[in-house]
Ligand binder design. Sequence first.
Ligand SMILES: [Zn+2]
Ligand SMILES: [Zn+2]
Length: 58
Amino acid sequence: MPNEKLVCSSCKKNIANTRGTAVFNCPNCNKQEIVRCIHCREIAAKYVCQMCKFEGPN
Ligand SMILES: [Zn+2]
Ligand SMILES: [Zn+2]
């Protein structure tokens, strides 16, 4: 059983078993992992990096 926890950076939902999820490092500081579910990608919801407060859609 996978113990992985994946929480969307925008809507804070656990999306560990959701398809279409995007995981990438913050494009600004490259230290924080940003997770976006397919829903937030579709509506272009904002995300905020916890490390550097960078805000962005993609
Ligand atoms: Zn989301
Ligand atoms: Zn950052």
